[in-house]
Design a protein around this ligand. Structure first.
Ligand code: GRF
Length: 199
């Protein structure tokens, strides 16, 4: 099994995935890391781990479809089986999603369907929720919407700042994302409509 990790920024989830692969908690190799941002720290993390990297910048493509075709070519060239979104800030075309249906995971820092979108931690914090969390889900054609693989709650403490809450949410991400990816690559997840069951 070969997985690709798609990133745009810090890459702390990528780092957790690399560690889980090294510990054989994920029985797969990270064959490729793709970023849409040349300055992503995630690229440095990947190179340091000896993983092949590719940077595809939006400015070099005329539209989403041509970007995604180039992305698919990179994935095919590296014989990638499963695609893991880890802070990848682009919306994927329906053509891409169809191609990787059931083999495409995302992580989102809220308890979906609450607080979709790019500012989920801040939105939940500002809203004043007492409980938030993390969701790992299969990707479908709608943003932050596909069948849910796993969720874990994070309690908001009375003295939390956005920073302290975000730190606890990220720690939970680094725990539940590798676990979910481990199940995916061992083919232990099955999708039944909106439900994901463990086989
Ligand atoms: C994470 O909070 C993840 O849930 C969201 O983007 C962030 C990526 O963080 N989709 P990192 O780049 O993995 O540190």
């Amino acid at each position: 099994m070969r997985i690709a990790v798609l990133v745009s920024g810090n890459g702390s989830n990528l780092q957790a995935i690399i560690a889980a692969v090294a510990a054989r908690k994920i029985k797969a190799a990270v064959g490729l890391v793709v970023s849409d941002n040349l300055r992503a720290r995630a690229l440095t993390r990947a190179r340091r781990a000896g993983i092949k990297t590719v940077c595809l910048e939006a400015k070099d493509f005329s539209d989403r479809e041509s970007y995604d075709r180039a992305l698919i070519k990179c994935l095919h060239d590296e014989k990638i089986d499963c695609v893991i979104l880890a802070g990848f800030m682009r919306i994927l075309s329906s053509g891409f999603v169809k191609q990787y249906k059931g083999k495409l995971l995302n992580i989102h820092p809220s308890l979906l369907p609450a607080f979709k979108g790019a500012q989920a931690i801040k939105d939940a914090f500002d809203y004043g929720v007492k409980v938030t969390g993390v969701t790992v889900h299969f990707v479908d054609e709608k943003v932050d919407h596909g069948p849910i693989v796993s969720q874990k709650e994070v309690i908001v403490r009375p003295n939390d700042t956005l920073k302290s809450l975000a730190a606890r949410i990220h720690a939970v991400e680094h725990e539940i994302y590798p676990a979910a990816i481990g199940l995916l690559v061992e083919k232990k997840l099955a999708i039944r409509g909106r439900k994901v069951i463990r086989r």
